[in-house]
Design a protein around this ligand. Structure first.
Ligand SMILES: Cc1cc2nc3c(=O)[nH]c(=O)nc-3n(C[C@H](O)[C@H](O)[C@H](O)COP(=O)(O)OP(=O)(O)OC[C@H]3O[C@@H](n4cnc5c(N)ncnc54)[C@H](O)[C@@H]3O)c2cc1C
Length: 317
């Protein structure tokens, strides 16, 4: 039987939707038995949430005080230990997964398959290359343990009606002491997570300063959207790099994507091509973003965004 271990991503006691997307990916392996591993502190509510994902056979709650903060250096040896009986180990291609999974692959002495967007068989996977402009098929050696990151923009989250059993285990692996948690500086604060949010609003170079970028946060807060940015906005220091959307940033697939003052360079579009509806606000009617936008608004963002806010407020009265 194909035994798949899915590494859960979570923060502040809440399971990230990326985990249910990895479960969907795993379920496309014929005859897969899917086990979710939750690396958490004892008593964390996350395992119970993972147990509700449909299609999950078991949840392993790997309880260790060191798992209070998700540090790749300390979680990787635990994953390598837990992974022993599994043929496949999947993690999300989020910041968390990209940090953790290569270490897991190295500890298991295997090569990682990155950004899996579809699964053809237990050893054959499809993944994007050249910024998503070409798709390659990758064949892993038969018999090797497969460690992969799953491109979460390519999979819907599995439903939440499961009732998997939870097994609490204590890792025996020696954990490194050279890495310790100091501080978490979260780019988005309390806002929805950029990679799993259903609505995302991004700002570009047109915002011209970190202070002016606040207009994007204001609109995002009104509709409960996550906030992203173009690379130009990141490079100019208006926002942290964790917020970059695109080829060298985050690949996202929200229901609604609003690009404000973003030209629509190919490297940016690579990150948003799976978005369901794209809205663009740009003062240049010839901007390439309008070629991919479902709804385009031509005009000055500093006029249009406040007008949109007023319309939202009025519609809620
Ligand atoms: C290898 C490589 C990787 C890259 N990876 C990424 C990536 O991951 N993500 C990414 O975004 N880019 C990436 N880039 C950079 C990309 O090529 C563009 O330079 C970048 O996306 C441009 O950002 P921008 O649209 O904010 O800025 P600009 O291209 O300068 O566009 C600003 C837009 O704002 C409009 N505007 C100006 N003022 C206003 C106003 N007041 N109201 C309304 N509209 C206004 C302008 O008409 C213009 O269209 C990469 C480039 C390379 C070479």
């Amino acid at each position: 039987m194909t035994q798949v271990l899915v590494i859960a991503e979570h923060a502040h006691g809440k399971l990230n939707a990326a985990t249910a997307k990895c479960v969907t990916a795993a379920s496309s392996l014929a005859g897969a038995e899917i086990v979710v591993a939750v690396f958490a502190v004892p008593g964390s509510p996350v395992a119970a949430q993972a147990a509700q994902i449909a299609g999950v056979a078991r949840v392993l709650e790997v309880a260790h005080a060191a798992n209070e903060h998700a540090l790749a250096a300390t979680i990787a040896p635990q994953v390598a230990e837990v992974a022993a009986p599994f043929s496949h180990v999947f993690g999300p291609s989020t910041t968390f997964g990209k940090d953790l999974m290569p270490r897991v692959a190295a500890l298991l002495d295997t090569a990682q398959i990155s950004d899996v967007m579809s699964i053809e068989s237990a050893t054959r996977f499809r993944r994007p290359i050249y910024a998503g402009n070409a798709i390659t098929t990758v064949e892993a050696a038969a018999g090797a343990k497969i460690v992969a990151t799953i491109r979460i923009a390519s999979f819907e989250a599995a439903a939440g009606a499961g009732t998997a059993k939870i097994e609490v285990i204590s890792p025996q692996a020696a954990l490194p002491t050279h890495t310790k948690f100091v501080e978490l500086v979260a780019a988005g604060g309390d806002r929805p997570d950029l990679q799993s949010a259903s609505k995302v609003i991004s700002g570009g170079r047109a915002l011209a300063s970190a202070d002016a970028f606040k207009i994007i946060y204001g609109l995002a807060d009104k509709i409960g959207a996550a906030v992203g940015a173009s690379r130009a906005a990141v490079d100019a220091g208006y926002v942290p790099s964790d917020m970059q959307v695109g080829q060298t940033g985050k690949i996202i697939a929200p229901e609604l994507y609003i690009a404000i003052g973003i030209s629509g360079a190919i490297q940016h579009l690579t990150g948003i091509k799976d978005a369901r509806t794209i809205v663009a606000i740009n003062k240049d009617a010839e901007a390439p973003i309008f070629e991919v936008a479902d709804i385009g608004i031509v005009g000055d963002l500093f006029t249009i965004v406040p007008e949109l806010e007023k319309l939202i407020d009025a519609s809620r009265k």
